[in-house]
Design a protein around this ligand. Structure first.
Ligand SMILES: [Zn+2]
Length: 376
């Protein structure tokens, strides 16, 4: 009993002394860290100013190891490198962050998002895709899906693009209909280019289901029918399109005129459809198609159109019908017509001789009007 008491008398002050020493140690450690962290910041800043970015990163990493509160500094640093185009360094910073065990789920998600942005800007789309998929269900999910869609478009992965758009469309189907139909048409075009006509037809039909007013699949289905030798069916398809979407007649007119000329019994229907379209959405292409389909009235039609719309393409057609027009005059008009015969993107002004469903300049869908630029 006496020995127990004696033991207690010795150990109590010892425990007290140990506790006091430990608390002193913590304070010292904390002060030491506080001293080390600002030093590392300044060293990092100094390296950064001297453009010694590797050393700067090492210094900032050291700073963040001593003080967890420097997390934001890491994010700022990674962002800085990414903006400068130093993607390797941005990736290193964010990968280092992700490797830390002490991040909260929210901080980890933030780091994952930053890393996905690094990969995306660096053009490392396969790694960006994996990083973005990891953000599913979180607060960055919407941004991640939008970036994923861009990745699928740029890598022409139309099946994944369509699948993702379908998922996005579950809330608002009409909002994504245009894009979904375009993706389906891209799938159709790819199948058609490989001679897989059944798959192509299915894809175009699906595009029409997704977006019943879509012009592209209707045109494609008409061309496919014509290629199969179903000339009447092809013409009917174009006529339905022109009736439903008169503004798209400018794009269909040249085929309508060509196909109807080969089917005399259908010519009157084609003329009627084009005349209606011309009233709703007048265009040079529709005027030219009407002139080709009615050669006996061609000059009158062109003269009338020229008084309303002084387009070079119409003047050229009119001069062609005159037997005494000097070739030099026609050549001069051809030279002058060059830019006037182009389609122009309404978003970025990109001009092209051919019609694009997706602008090669700004990647917008359906941003080219059906009329060529320079038309009233
Ligand atoms: Zn554009």
């Amino acid at each position: 009993m006496a020995s127990d008491l004696l033991w207690l008398l010795w150990t109590l002050p010892l425990a007290f002394a140990l506790g006091w020493w430990l608390s002193r140690f913590d304070v010292r450690q904390w002060r030491h860290t506080e001293r080390l962290a600002p030093k590392a910041y300044f060293r990092g800043l100094n390296h950064l100013l001297n453009e010694q970015q590797d050393e700067a990163i090492d210094a900032f990493i050291e700073a963040v190891q001593h003080d967890a509160d420097t997390l934001e500094l890491h994010f700022a640093l990674g962002n800085l490198f990414r903006r400068r185009g130093d993607y390797d360094r941005a990736i290193r910073v964010h990968q280092h962050l992700l490797a830390r065990a002490d991040l909260t789920p929210s901080q980890r998600e933030h780091a994952q998002h930053e890393l996905a942005l690094d990969f995306f800007r660096a053009g490392l789309f396969d790694r960006a895709e994996r990083a973005l998929l990891a953000l599913e269900g979180g607060r960055y999910a919407e941004q991640a899906r939008s970036m994923l869609l861009t990745i699928y478009e740029r890598s022409r992965d139309w099946h994944h693009a369509l699948q993702l758009t379908r998922e996005l469309a579950s809330d608002n189907p009409t909002h994504h209909a245009v894009r979904a139909a375009q993706y389906s048409c891209e799938i159709g075009d790819a199948a058609r280019a490989q001679g897989q006509t059944d798959a192509a037809e299915r894809a175009y039909q699906e595009a029409l289901t997704l977006h019943p007013q879509a012009v592209r699949p209707a045109l494609a289905l008409a061309h496919m029918a014509h290629a199969r030798g179903e000339h009447h069916a092809a013409l009917e398809q174009l006529l339905r399109l022109v009736h439903a979407q008169p503004q798209a007649a400018a794009l269909a007119a040249v085929w309508l005129a060509q196909w109807a000329q080969a089917l005399p019994e259908a010519r009157a229907k084609a003329v009627a459809a084009l005349q209606i379209a011309q009233q709703v959405a007048p265009s040079v292409d529709v005027t030219l198609a009407l002139a080709h389909l009615q050669p006996e009235q061609s000059n009158t039609l062109l003269d009338e159109a020229l008084t309303q719309r002084p387009a070079l393409a119409l003047a050229r057609e009119r001069l062609h019908s005159e037997p005494h027009t000097p070739p030099a005059v026609l050549h001069a008009i051809d030279q002058a017509m060059g830019p006037g015969q182009r389609y122009r993107c309404t978003r970025c002004g990109f001009e092209a001789q051919q019609y694009f469903w997706q602008c090669p300049g700004c990647q917008s869908w359906e941003s080219f009007p059906f009329k060529r630029c320079g038309e009233a």
